[in-house]
Design a binder for this molecule. Sequence first.
Ligand code: ATP
Ligand code: HSE
Length: 321
Amino acid sequence: MVDTAKARTTRAFAPASIGNVSLGFDILGAALEPIDATLLGDWVEVKDADTFSLSVDGRFADRLPPGTKNNIVTRCFEFFQQALISHNKPSLSVKMHLHKALPIGSGLGSSASSIVAAFYALNDHAGRPFDEDTLLVMMGELEGQISGSVHYDNVAPSYLGGMTLMTGQQRTVCSQLPVFDDWYWVACYSGLSVSTAAARDILPRQYELSTTLTFGRQIGVFVHALHSGDKALAASVMQDVIAEKHRKTLLPKFDEARAYSMSQNALGFGISGSGPTVFAVTNKLDDAKRIQTWLNEHYIQNEDGFSHICRIDTAGTRILA
Ligand SMILES: Nc1ncnc2c1ncn2[C@@H]1O[C@H](COP(=O)(O)OP(=O)(O)OP(=O)(O)O)[C@@H](O)[C@H]1O
Ligand SMILES: N[C@@H](CCO)C(=O)O
């Protein structure tokens, strides 16, 4: 029996993220940190208890599928327990709580944020039996179960922070890239919900050779530009040749939002993950504020929508007091 007076609690926060970042479909992601210090992401608490339970709260908790079993956090717990058992480690006797701050199907890495916070909190509570790569592979597996395909471009930046490039390897699953700390990222969620699986289904199965050559060139040039500090060169290749023209049909006012942002000196503009959140990159706060105001007035479709001016979050998932 757990002595409730001595029950330990571990709480982890995992930030929102932009998957793809326009030029790196499925292989490039970035974590977001609002400049007004809003905690934009989910947090998960793990507490010693005799029997497992999951409670939820937060602005978007009522949009979660009903029932503990249907929440991805419960599946993370079951997966983690199984991993402990198969590595001959002591199993956990805990209950969990999810604070759901990110809207579901938003393009802000909502399921990834829950998954990453859950695994991080469980691992920390268990005395950190699993290393970074092992945890990341677990996170990718669970993200794949829920969105229909394994992609790390939300879980990796949310976990590790910064901008992450997936390597395709099981060890050193991703590399962290340098970021320009004077760039602002205006992220605007329209309030609609777009399922990642559906937004993947509308993409072509095959692409023209010229498109694949452009995709390869862009990612190579972008990584070089980040490492050499060439901001203009980096911005010049932030164009989506894979998903945008297909997915923007799901996003009312997308073309107008892009046109306005580019007219206000945006360095880049694109769909965050599978949408409907869009992002604009600027190097001046005034430009970011004008773009944010326009997006608030024209891109947001209902009362669920919101926007934030962000920097890249370099801390990633962290323990909350
Ligand atoms: N804790 C959770 N957080 C988010 N989605 C969850 C959670 N638990 C279960 N789900 C379900 O997982 C599915 C997630 O779908 P999807 O991958 O499209 O959304 P998402 O991860 O919120 O999207 P995005 O990455 O674009 O923010 C939804 O059907 C949702 O109901
Ligand atoms: N890379 C994924 C991210 C989903 O958030 C996609 O675009 O489908």
